[in-house]
Design a binder for this molecule. Structure first.
Ligand code: GTB
Length: 216
């Protein structure tokens, strides 16, 4: 039986593929693993049945037989460990690719999430205007470092890996901010990720959910 993931029945990103089921879908497509999707509403996610799958009442979740997983990074890692295509065979190269997975989620993503929170949750606070440039500068610091490391390479460490998949997923959150365009090699890196056939299939699948939900 195919694994089942959960995704938003109506994603607030309006089909831009920014919710985290996108990374899981992408990884499943990269490794050629068919999957089912169970769509959940915001209220479904706060029901007892969903708490049993996800301790924070969120998407995505992943169920395969007896195995239930949450956290998109852990799900991508699980898929990368069990299928060929997302982690190199060489032990050292594999360890470095895993380091990039952690880097995406624990070094690059936090300031990006901070900006989303600063805009969405704190935008109306009297101190918000003063704080925003500081938050943006913290993102720029990280992007500059990442841009320096990537240089003119296609991917972060040799062949495309789960590290690139997660990093591109994180950087895509900046697409509408204009910040990525300040680092042309990072913008090109994201575009390379988005051009992968597996990404395009995953993107189309999540967009179809949004289109159907909005009656299109
Ligand atoms: N660390 C977890 C993971 O990586 O799996 C984070 C999971 C998470 O944040 N899930 C969000 C969720 O379920 C959806 S993806 N939220 C509902 C809730 O907490 O009640 C985050 C997300 C949401 C919306 C947009 N957007 O509109 O652009 C982008 C990303």
């Amino acid at each position: 039986m195919s694994p089942t993931i959960t995704a938003f029945a109506q994603s607030p990103d309006r089909g831009r593929g920014l919710a985290r089921d996108m990374q899981v879908r992408w990884a499943l497509e990269e490794v050629g693993q068919p999957y089912d999707v169970r769509l959940v509403s915001f209220s479904d996610m706060k029901e007892t049945a969903h708490w049993a799958l996800h301790p924070f009442g969120q998407i995505p979740t992943y169920q395969d037989g007896d195995l239930v997983l949450f956290e998109s990074g852990a799900i991508v890692f699980h898929l990368a460990e069990r299928h060929a295509g997302l982690l190199p065979d060489d032990a050292n190269a594999r360890a470095r690719a895993i380091a990039w997975m952690f880097a995406a989620l624990s070094s690059v993503e936090p300031p990006i999430l901070e900006l989303a929170n600063a805009r969405l949750l704190e935008g109306d606070k009297p101190w918000s205007k003063e704080r925003l440039p500081l938050v943006v500068d913290r993102i720029r610091d990280r992007l500059k470092q990442l841009s320096n490391r990537l240089g003119d390479a296609d991917w972060l460490d040799g062949e495309f890996s789960a590290g690139d998949l997660l990093m591109v997923g994180v950087l895509r959150r900046l697409s509408s901010s204009g910040l990525l365009d300040e680092y042309p090699n990072l913008a090109a890196y994201v575009a390379r990720g988005e051009a992968r056939p597996a990404f395009r299939r995953a993107f189309a699948a999540q967009l179809a959910v949004f289109t159907a939900a909005s009656g299109g």
